[in-house]
Design a protein around this ligand. Structure first.
Ligand SMILES: [Zn+2]
Length: 166
């Protein structure tokens, strides 16, 4: 069961699961916190997203670049830089998530948001950064394990005065 209601700030038609009634969620359109009403109107058909809602039409309709897409790309770049330092797995994951969210937002509302290229760059950089991070983590792990094995072997060999065992 889904609840269909309108954002009290910008009039955007929204849907939510019935069990979310009474909770708050950020409006995907104006990003302000809105309360999900308890009343259910199952007879209302799923809304066709208007190009501009009446209230939003008062604002300039020039599409703006999605801040999330920009953030995704910046974090993606940082993630690739950080991926080599073994700590960069979190940043690429953030870049991937932000990239995909902003990409779908831009696809849903192309008249309001631009930056699809940035979003694609963001999650692509995220995947590359994640790969780098995993490779780096694996390489450091292997390196550490090898060094530890070599050190043990040397200690054992030296400790036994050069005696060979196994
Ligand atoms: Zn809204």
């Amino acid at each position: 069961m889904r609840i269909v209601f309108r954002c009290e700030h910008c009039g955007q038609s929204l849907e939510a699961e019935a069990d979310m009634a009474g909770e708050h969620m950020p409006c995907p359109s104006c990003e302000r916190l809105i309360a999900i009403p308890k009343s259910v109107h199952p007879e209302v058909p799923p809304p066709v997203l208007p190009v501009t809602s009446p209230v939003c039409a008062q604002q300039p309709v020039l599409p703006k670049t999605s801040g999330m897409a920009i953030a995704s790309m910046v974090i993606g770049i940082l993630g690739i830089a950080g991926g080599w330092m073994c700590c960069g797995i979190i940043l690429p994951i953030v870049a991937i998530i932000l990239g995909h969210i902003s990409f779908s937002q831009i696809q849903r509302r192309p008249s309001e948001l631009t930056g699809k290229g940035l979003a694609i760059a963001g999650f692509t950089l995220g995947y590359v950064g994640l790969l780098f991070g995993l490779i780096a983590a694996f390489a450091f792990g292997t390196f550490a394990a090898t060094m530890s094995a070599v050190t043990n072997e040397m200690n054992r060999t030296l400790g036994q005065g050069g005696g060979i065992r196994r």
